[in-house]
Design a protein around this ligand. Structure first.
Ligand SMILES: [Zn+2]
Length: 595
């Protein structure tokens, strides 16, 4: 039971939370022992009841102003697993804020508010060792305990530590490095004597260079760490920590390695990554291709999406800077030539391919990439792979590549070759020249246009597949009518009862309770939150949850059901977090029916 820590906002594995002590501490935070003499913005809220080895100290008496680190044995990093397990500490269930010291082998539910990773300095500095230790501990402890890594934070690494899922750090390393004469910044660890000018404007640095000594250097280091942590909190709040990390991690090779290794641990990062964000996704580095949001989109397009327009030609077009694509000048010109006689799929880096029905979904409508006109080998490889997987499941009678030469044409030729299919190329010079558009229109002569209702119904179905899972479009929306004007569509059943509305901003469907019932009754596994017998108003809190589907992600549409209520809402936690949390908002309800 964690009573004194609560998570409020999430951005991937990073989160904004609160240590609910006598004085609230916003996390991620810089914390230290009570009575510690540290300059800067440090919360002195830790009270270490000490190592229990070799003698047993008295049981600690806690209080609600501090987190008492429960007595523990100090085992050195690198202690063999079987030894560590044999000496695993048993923690009492106490009624004051407490912390349990664990190793990756002894991590578990110790009923503590914070989890302290012993031997953290042994992991930090090595990408794979750090990611192994961190993900093992995070998977083993309840989601609503704060993770504390003692003695490791610096201004340069703290953003990546938090990105990986760390909630609490201390100023110890920054202080020690300062007294050793190292001046720390977010990008470097300078020898103080090498600096003829101080590259900082913090209070400690407001003095002549001559009088700035190692004590000042330690104070500066703590200021720099606190300032970086404040920046990280802001980034989490904005849903934009990853964009920052892709730059900041470049300052040290092990940090870059850590970010890449985390991307390879797709299961860990995907679980923590929300399905949608308000913030734009800035794809400015090659690492953007490996972002979990990008990998998830490609996976859903190739595994869940069903081409419903493959009785007509496919027209592949380049993406546009403006989103959604159909609002752009170039796509309006393509549309004038195509006139709904073909299915349109946009090719783009770093997203892959975007079928026209999914242009509103996250992140297809929410990314901005750097346009140089040249594609890297990685981009060509990635988009080729996604396009090929997409075409393998489709049955288009003709594939028209209305794409410019650079990159796009290479991809099309590579995929055509690999699939043994002919592509028709319609662009001369540029896709929007009169010649090119004329070629495109001529190529489609003889095909008739899709009806508006077919387009709208298939858009609802495609988004349902993408959002709810393979088969959802046909299972939930076989016989629908649509109202409104794209993109503001609503889907009704044959009797005119509303099932869902398309939320234009994120390209997701918001279900009504009638829509939710169809999901529950269908063969498509529903994402369900089982609650105690009460009727939720506004939101469902974690303690009221009996069980939740593992595959729920933040932002997911979820069915909420219990003996007293049936409803539908949007998940604020992922499924495993709902199962193990004892605090916090789990679901924002949209519709609730009392049973
Ligand atoms: Zn400074």
């Amino acid at each position: 039971m964690t009573d004194y820590f609560e998570v409020h906002e999430r951005d991937g594995a990073a989160r904004l939370g609160e240590l609910r002590l006598a004085e609230s501490v916003p996390t991620p935070a810089l914390v230290d022992d009570v009575g510690a003499d540290t300059a800067g913005r440090v919360h002195t809220v830790l009270d270490d009841a000490g190592g229990r080895w070799p003698s047993e100290p008295d049981a600690p008496e806690g209080d609600d102003a501090t987190v008492t680190i429960l007595p523990h044995r100090g085992l050195p990093a690198g202690t063999p697993d079987e030894v560590a397990e044999a000496f695993a500490d048993e923690y009492p269930d106490v009624d004051f804020p407490s912390g349990a010291v664990v190793s990756p082998t002894t991590a578990g539910d110790h009923a503590a508010d914070i989890t302290v990773l012993a031997g953290a300095p042994g992991y930090v500095g090595h990408g794979s060792a750090f990611v192994d230790a961190l993900t093992t501990v995070k998977d083993a402890v309840p989601a609503d305990t704060a993770l504390y890594l003692p003695g490791v934070a610096t201004p340069r690494n703290v953003a990546t530590l938090v990105y990986a899922g760390v909630d609490l750090v201390d100023p110890h390393k920054a202080v020690v490095r300062g007294t050793e004469g190292r001046y720390l910044t977010t990008d470097e660890a300078y020898f103080l004597e090498d600096l003829d000018e101080l590259p900082c404007a913090c209070p400690a640095c407001q003095q002549p260079r001559d009088s700035f000594d190692r004590e000042d250097c330690a104070a500066h280091n703590v200021h720099a760490l606190a300032a970086e942590l404040a920046r990280v909190r802001r980034r989490i709040r904005d849903g934009r920590l990853r964009d920052y990390i892709e730059g900041q991690a470049r300052q040290d090779n092990w940090l870059t390695a850590t970010v890449r290794i985390l991307d390879q641990r797709y299961g860990y990062v995907e679980q923590h990554t929300p399905l949608l964000r308000r913030a734009e996704l800035a794809a400015t580095t090659e690492d953007a291709i490996r972002r979990p949001e990008i990998q998830r989109f490609a996976q859903r397009v190739t595994e869940r999406y069903v081409p419903r327009f493959d009785d007509r030609p496919l027209v592949l077009v380049p993406c546009s800077a403006r989103k959604p694509y159909s609002d752009s000048q170039s796509h309006k010109q393509y549309h004038d030539a195509i006139q709904w006689r073909a299915h349109v799929v946009s090719m783009t880096s770093p997203i892959g391919v975007v079928p026209q029905e999914l242009e509103l979904t996250y992140p297809a409508q929410h990314y901005d990439s750097v346009v140089t006109g040249n594609w890297s080998a990685n981009e060509i490889e990635f988009v080729s792979r996604v396009l090929e997987a997409y075409l393998e499941d489709a049955d288009y009678p003709e594939i028209i590549a209305h794409v410019p030469g650079e990159g796009y044409r290479d991809i099309c030729e590579r995929v055509a070759d690999s699939l043994g299919r002919e592509f028709t190329y319609t662009v001369r010079d540029h896709p929007t020249t009169a010649d090119s558009l004329g070629n495109l229109a001529a190529e489609l002569e003889g095909w008739d246009t899709y009806q508006k209702s077919t387009r709208e119904h298939n858009t609802i179905r495609a988004i349902a597949d993408y959002q709810f899972g393979a088969g959802a479009g046909d299972e939930l929306f076989p016989d629908i009518g649509t109202q409104g004007r794209y993109p503001q569509l609503r889907a009704d059943d044959a009797d005119g009862e509303q099932l869902a509305a398309l939320a234009q901003q994120y390209g997701v469907l918001s279900l009504t309770t009638a829509g939710a019932r169809r999901w529950v009754e269908s063969d498509v596994p529903s994402k369900t939150v089982e609650i105690e017998p009460f009727v939720p108003h506004g939101s469902v809190l974690a303690p009221g949850i009996v069980d939740a589907s593992d595959d729920i992600r933040v932002g997911d549409e979820v069915v909420v059901r219990g003996d007293a209520a049936f409803g539908v809402g949007r998940a604020e936690m992922h499924g495993a977090e709902m199962q193990s949390s004892t605090r916090g908002i789990a679901v924002q309800m949209r519709h609730t029916e009392e049973l």
